[in-house]
Design a protein around this ligand. Structure first.
Ligand code: SF4
Ligand code: SF4
Length: 458
């Protein structure tokens, strides 16, 4: 198997003895942006010196800015079924937790989507537990069809990323045909022994089958895959090195690695307390993880959810995170329930602000909130996307697309305050675009959006 546990453990052990000078050399190598070895990554993960840490955060911030500019992609999760045959020890949906399970009917899916559209969302992550009887692949396909078809006023969902359990090449082919964006699957933990302890006697028990899911997805033609580890299960430093190994395996075998990495941290869930998890990640370690990932895989999007507080999200946006969820509900039918004043969730969220409030803060902090979904609709996926990202040409489309989708949001969903903030940002940033042809096209499109036309993208 391509996650070499012994190598990771030895590398982490050696890194403990790195001197200040050696750490300085790694930081210098990181600045030259020629990629880092596993040994370098291990050294960065264990350093504690405040001055050097500051240097690393600054570098991560510079790398982020040079590749992603000021745009921050915004999305929301949509939970459609909490049926689950697995017994993941850390999850409130585990089979042995007794509560009334449900899956949404297609009418209910449409109703959730309408609410999400009225919040301004264009990009969703479809989430459900694993249950081949109650929620088979056909159900997922039906949901996708409903989501793409549901439109309210100017609202439409333009990209659905899908997070379903590890499955077969045949089922991945079906997902591909249904027009998914990224296929998301978290390994949860790359540490085999911990994995087996966390997933006792259930469909998800096989470490190998779970680990090779992206291989099967790629064989089925899905070339955008989103990885993640649930930080807090095993040693977080181990998880980061293993993520890098997994990424390298995909790059070597299929020519393209992870499109995104998510960094969820273990949170309390219904029927699950955190007392029995000795590897919980504190804020300092968590910040280090995000900065190191940013430096190690600069072209891979980093996703942060509303599990984290507004304060933590604000800080991590500075040096790593490029996508955030907003206004999320993590329960099945949760958006409708929330509208009705009830709440249901898979785990506790910490940032409960509306997308409007989140957007206002992003604008105040100098970011451009983006609802862009252009790449997958233009066929810029997999290797094609990565080659543009690595050549730095992706910014010519990311920036204008962010501004156009922000204008749509401001006109369709913004209050006066948001509209004003967005307009100022759009005018300022449009002037900063340094290709005249793109600037002219953008300005024309922005006018058209103000006049009621929609869905322009480059
Ligand atoms: Fe089921 Fe996923 Fe929760 Fe595991 S993590 S119990 S597979 S919903
Ligand atoms: Fe993402 Fe592509 Fe849009 Fe840039 S242009 S924000 S990479 S979808």
């Amino acid at each position: 198997m391509f996650i070499n546990h012994e190598f990771i453990q030895n590398t982490l052990e050696k890194a403990k003895y790195a001197t200040k000078e050696q750490i300085g050399e790694v930081l210098e190598r990181a600045k030259s942006r020629k990629g880092l070895s596993y040994e370098d990554i291990a050294i960065l993960l264990q350093m504690e010196d405040k001055v050097q840490l500051k240097e690393m955060y600054k570098l991560a911030g510079e790398i982020k800015e040079s590749i992603y500019g000021k745009r921050v992609v915004v999305f929301a999760p949509l939970y459609v079924s909490d049926y689950c045959v697995n017994d993941c020890v850390y999850c409130g949906y585990q089979r042995c937790n007794k509560f009334t399970r449900r899956k949404l009917t297609q009418e209910e899916v449409a109703s959730e989507v309408e609410i999400l559209e009225s919040m301004g969302h264009k990009r969703l992550a479809l989430e459900l537990g694993e249950d081949p009887v109650n929620a088979p692949i056909e159900y997922v396909l039906e949901c996708l069809d409903t989501i793409y078809k549901t439109q309210k006023d100017n609202g439409s969902i333009r990209r659905v990323n899908v997070n379903i359990a590890a499955t077969t090449v045949e089922e991945y082919k079906m997902l591909k045909e249904a027009g998914i964006g990224t296929y998301i699957l978290f390994q949860e933990t790359y540490h085999k022994e911990t994995y087996e302890k966390m997933h006792p006697k259930c469909l998800k028990s096989s470490y190998e089958y779970h680990l090779t899911a992206f291989d099967r997805a790629m064989e089925a033609g899905i070339d955008d895959v989103g990885a993640g580890a649930l930080f807090g299960l095993a040693d977080p430093k181990f998880e980061v090195l293993a993520l890098m190994m997994h990424n390298e395996h995909l790059e070597e075998k299929y020519g393209v690695g992870f499109h995104t990495i998510s960094v969820p941290r273990l949170k309390p869930a219904g029927g699950v307390s955190l007392e029995n998890f000795p590897n919980l990640v504190d804020d300092n370690m968590f910040k280090k993880i995000v900065a190191v990932l940013r430096i190690a895989v600069p072209f891979t999007g980093l996703i942060l959810s509303t599990r984290e507080s507004a304060k933590m999200r604000k800080e991590l946006l500075k040096y790593g995170v490029s996508q955030v969820s907003a206004g999320s509900s993590t329960g099945v039918g949760g958006y409708k329930s929330r509208q009705e004043g009830k709440e249901s969730s898979q785990f506790k969220t910490s940032d409960e602000r509306s997308p409007m409030d989140i957007l206002k803060e992003l604008l105040d902090d100098g970011y451009i909130p983006s609802y862009c979904t252009a790449c997958y609709r233009k066929g810029r996926t997999g290797e094609r996307f990565m080659s543009m990202a690595k050549a730095g040409t992706i910014q010519y489309v990311c920036g204008p697309n962010a501004l156009m989708t922000l204008m749509e949001f401001a006109v369709d969903y913004g209050d006066k305050e948001l509209y004003k903030k967005a307009k100022e940002t759009i005018e300022r940033e449009a002037e900063n675009i340094n290709r005249e042809d793109i600037k002219t096209l953008l300005k024309n499109n922005l006018k058209k959006i103000e006049n009621g036309e929609r869905d322009f993208y480059l």
